[in-house]
Design a protein around this ligand. Structure first.
Ligand code: DGJ
Length: 751
């Protein structure tokens, strides 16, 4: 049993393997948050909250003679606006009578085995016996709003999944002005906030700052979770490192406009509130209607950021990403985008496929440009029928030829978009998001389809399912290349326009759910101009997401490193592309580019015709190596050994088999320096008492003439070294010369 109730103290305690989370119902019936942290025995934690009078902090009416009790300072589970708490609320409610605010009072709770699903949103799953769920019912007497707070406790995984279901139990209409998924108060401690910010072609860069007073908002109002901010933040102790210190993760499983507020208040308490963004949000609840919020995955560890990442990697792989795909060996693909862009015909495509097949590539992916009259990116989105001028006879003969080469076939689509110059738009102009009377903002000369309109979702389902039924397509790259403006649904009444943003995402989820359920053997890769919608919501349907449109291996170091804080390698779409790189013009060694792309789903995105014979041989070797290391990379534990700020010279990361039998170190020199010392790093995740030997090593792009790498000097390469020495003292390589040289080292346990 991971959930316990004490009638004596009115506390509900949730225990995972290493954490405790505790709630309490106070004398007025408010639901308080008492503790979330390292696991403790069954104490009631209310002794920590000493009632004190704080100036200008309101008191509940029933306690008006006791100025020491105020909602403004009490730690709460789901804080409401306008009833005594001035901090960031989880809930903002208004009624048809114009009354604003709610005062949620505990009505009861129950504990159920297993994990509840959500009807409209992606939800984590649980194996039999893996999870227990606490349901706490609250209600606001005046408005009739009922709120059910849900807590699914994954004991072994050290994760608590929270969400809320809000129901109008009254007789007149309500408006949700803001309905967060969860709010969590952390009354004590000194914290830092880590967020993952970015831009197109530089997503999820780690940024860590001391939490200062005020509200820090990490959010998107773009209609997608966005390149700019990710719906995942970490609060950590100031002293926290990769290997030590308290860290609390808040990950929202949502792909649309979101908002995570982290507030440090007057008393140095922290409140984190996560949920759907309330910008342009207003949801109507008629009597009897319910509203589900997205799930938030909460994780806590006292052992540093690496352990927090492992908790999320294991949780997403075990409970969120489709089970069909998570452990399945995915094909090494070649994508024609950076080789041809939109300018191709069947012959060009087949030439790429032929050469790729000869090098051992396993799947060909036809990117943007195969449909309508798409000769540039100004037209045809929505017209998902083949451009026979480019591909005579349609897709079938092309797919057959590609299959004959021994390659699977995959294809790109961008279902949620429409070009002004398209048959679809001409037939259904009202299917695009446009504000009546105003010319819409264009972006890549395209508009966004109204996924809040069920007719649009049904149309897309018919078109894509027909494509998958009639063609031998084994992979779909589902792209989404612009953010939303002019958000107005022609399918919704005027008073419901505040629902459009969220209904859009519900439409995306519904389409993804239907297609992935009907075609479970088709591998879907999410994409949004690279990693503009890289979140746990999309991962519920698509096991992998194109991580960034920046395929430069050196830039990818930072992007993939930032992504690794929350998301597993098996979800990270990564390809080896041409050098000089198409986005940055930077040249990097072929082997270095491979090492970086292998720390993801691995594929190629270049014209094989432009490869030298030596590089073609390297591709064969790389695919064989990826195959050999597949389990270690995709299922192993991921360790960040050295980041951009750690030494200024190189970055390193490692995969360790969970049983400590093998470890793969990857290292890229980002700043080559003259007359520098050796490259030193410490391995992680090994068995201290076991002996390890360097079983395989590769050095890529080293300019040996510059007194660089001399393996002959490395006597230690041949001798077994204990796990303890490798982890506590470390391992040293000679300095490496050249531009972006790299190393990949496999250590294997000997006993
Ligand atoms: C953006 C994607 O991220 C690219 O990989 C490519 O598919 C283009 N869109 C095609 O328009």
């Amino acid at each position: 049993m991971s959930i316990h109730y004490s009638d004596e103290t009115k506390t509900i305690t949730l225990n995972t393997k290493s954490t405790t989370y505790q709630l309490q119902v106070d004398s007025c019936g408010h639901l308080l948050h008492l503790y979330y942290g390292k696991r403790i025995p069954g104490d009631c934690m209310d002794y920590q909250y000493i009632p004190m009078d704080h100036g200008f902090s309101p008191n509940p009416y029933g306690l008006r003679w006791n100025r020491r009790i105020s909602m403004d300072v009490l730690p709460q589970e789901y804080a409401c606006a306008n009833t005594g708490d001035f901090r960031t609320p989880a809930l903002e409610l208004s009624t048809d009578a114009g009354a604003y605010g709610a005062d949620l009072i505990y009505q009861g709770h129950r504990i159920e085995p297993g994990k509840l699903s959500l009807e409209t949103l992606p939800a984590a799953r649980a194996a039999d016996g893996e999870c227990e769920t606490l349901l706490v019912d609250l209600s606001d007497e005046v408005s009739g709003l009922r709120v059910q707070l849900r807590y699914a406790v994954y004991e072994a995984r050290d994760v608590i999944v929270r969400s809320a279901v809000l129901t109008n139990g009254g007789a007149s209409g309500l408006w949700l002005e803001r309905a967060a998924s969860a709010s969590i108060d952390i009354p004590f401690g000194s914290w830092e906030l880590i967020n993952f910010h970015g831009r197109h072609m530089m997503e999820r860069v780690e940024e860590r700052e001391r939490l200062t007073h005020g509200v820090h908002t990490i959010s998107s109002r773009r209609g997608a979770s966005s390149h700019q901010h990710n719906p995942f933040v970490v609060l950590c102790e100031r002293s926290a490192t990769e290997d030590s210190g308290e860290c609390l993760g808040v990950m929202l499983a949502y792909s649309g406009s979101f908002r995570i507020d982290v507030e440090l208040d007057q008393l140095n308490s922290v409140r984190a509130v996560a949920g759907i963004n309330d910008a342009q949000f207003r949801w109507r609840l008629n009597p009897g209607d319910s509203f589900e919020t997205p799930e938030v995955f909460l994780a806590f560890t006292a052992n540093g950021l690496t352990e927090l990442s492992h908790i999320y990697h294991n949780f997403l792989r075990g409970s969120v990403i489709p089970a069909r795909w998570v452990n399945c060996r995915r094909p090494v693909l070649i994508n024609n985008w950076e080789a041809t862009y939109i300018d191709f015909d069947a012959e060009k495509i087949l030439a790429i496929a032929r050469k790729a097949a000869a090098m051992g590539v396993e799947m060909f992916v036809l990117d943007d440009g195969w449909f309508g009259h798409r000769d540039d990116d100004n037209s045809s989105l929505g017209d998902w029928f083949v451009n026979e001028r480019k591909l005579p006879g349609g897709l079938a003969p092309l797919i057959a030829s590609i299959n004959e080469l021994g390659l699977k076939f995959g294809i790109w689509i961008e279902p949620e978009m429409v070009s002004e110059d398209s048959e679809l738009f001409r037939a259904h102009p009202d299917w695009a998001l446009t504000v009546p009377g105003r010319a819409p903002s264009m972006c890549r000369n395209q508009m966004v389809l109204d996924m809040a309109n069920p007719a649009v979702v049904e149309h897309l389902y018919q078109v894509i399912s027909n494509l998958l039924r009639t063609q031998h397509i084994e992979y779909i790259k589902w792209d989404m290349n612009r953010n939303m403006t002019d958000v107005y649904s022609h399918a919704l009444p005027v008073e419901r326009q505040g629902e459009t943003f969220h209904r859009y995402i519900l439409g995306v989820y519904e389409l993804a759910r239907r297609l992935t359920a009907e075609f479970p053997d088709v591998l879907f890769e999410g994409c949004s101009g690279g990693g503009g919608r890289f979140d746990a919501g999309m991962l519920h349907y698509f096991p992998q997401i194109w991580c960034s449109d920046d395929s430069d291996a050196i830039e990818r170091l930072e992007i993939q490193r930032g992504t690794s804080f929350g998301y597993p390698v098996s979800a990270v779409g990564a390809h080896l592309s041409a050098s000089p790189n198409e986005q940055t013009g930077r040249a990097a060694p072929f082997g270095t580019r491979a090492i970086v792309a292998m720390s993801g789903t691995f594929g190629y995105e270049l014209d094989p015709d432009k490869l030298t014979d030596e590089e073609k041989d390297s591709v064969r070797e790389q695919i064989a190596r990826f195959d050999r290391y597949y389990d270690l990379i995709q299922r192993g534990d991921y360790y960040r050994l050295a980041g951009p700020d750690d030494n200024g010279r190189f970055q390193a990361w490692q995969f360790a088999a969970p049983d400590g039998s093998q470890a793969l170190v990857n290292l890229v020199v980002t700043h080559t320096r003259a007359n520098f010392g050796g490259i030193h790093f410490r391995l992680k995740g090994l068995e201290p008492n076991a002996m390890y030997k360097l079983a395989e090593h590769r050095f890529e792009g080293c300019r040996t003439e510059f007194e660089s790498l001399r393996m002959d000097d490395m006597a230690h390469c041949a001798q077994p070294i204990s796990g303890a020495s490798l982890m506590y003292a470390g391992y040293t390589l000679p300095r490496m010369g050249g531009d972006y040289p790299s190393a990949q080292l496999l250590f294997v346990r000997q006993n």
